[in-house]
Design a protein around this ligand. Structure first.
Ligand code: DHK
Length: 152
């Protein structure tokens, strides 16, 4: 939990999401990850939340950030990229901290290759939002605000 009244959501991005805007724009869109971060911060502010927006290409760094969230953040939104479909380590990290977590994807993974239909994170995610492009992140922030302040 954050020390102040304002709650914090860590918004994590996994491998290759730093390439947004360049990478397969017909699937992932033309906006950059910086654009996403700006929109996420603005949306979080409307809910009186702070967004701690990060990206790493390294599974271990993401695990460390999740662990560091214990006692410092109130929930997670994550687009783990390809690690969604492979990483027991990320699943176990989220199980360890036991905080609300929403899984997001820009693309509708269920319209894509079979290997993208399996998610380890979905096993414990509060919810999964996919297929809405950048708006997937914003919908996840809205949903997290509701989870963290269910009375509103
Ligand atoms: C992003 C990736 O990098 C892929 O590996 C996932 C996800 C889908 C997305 O749609 O945001 O399979």
């Amino acid at each position: 939990m954050s020390p102040t009244m304002t709650k914090t959501v860590m918004v994590l991005n996994g491998p290759n999401l730093n390439m947004l805007g360049i990478r397969e724009p017909e699937i992932y869109g033309k906006q950059t990850l910086d654009d996403v971060g700006i929109l996420v911060a603005a949306r979080a502010k409307t809910h009186d939340l702070t967004a701690d927006f990060r990206q790493s290409n390294h599974e271990g760094e993401l695990v460390t950030w999740i662990q560091q969230g214990l006692g410092t953040v109130d929930g997670f939104v994550i687009n783990a990229g390809a690690l969604t479909h492979t990483s027991v380590a990320l699943l176990d990290a989220f199980k360890s901290v036991n905080l609300p977590m929403i899984e997001v994807h820009l693309s509708n993974v269920y319209q894509r290759e079979d290997f993208r239909h399996k998610s380890y994170l979905s096993l414990i995610a509060n919810g999964v939002i996919c297929g809405f492009g950048i708006n997937s992140y914003l919908l996840a922030v809205d949903a997290m605000a509701k989870i963290l302040s269910p009375e509103i």
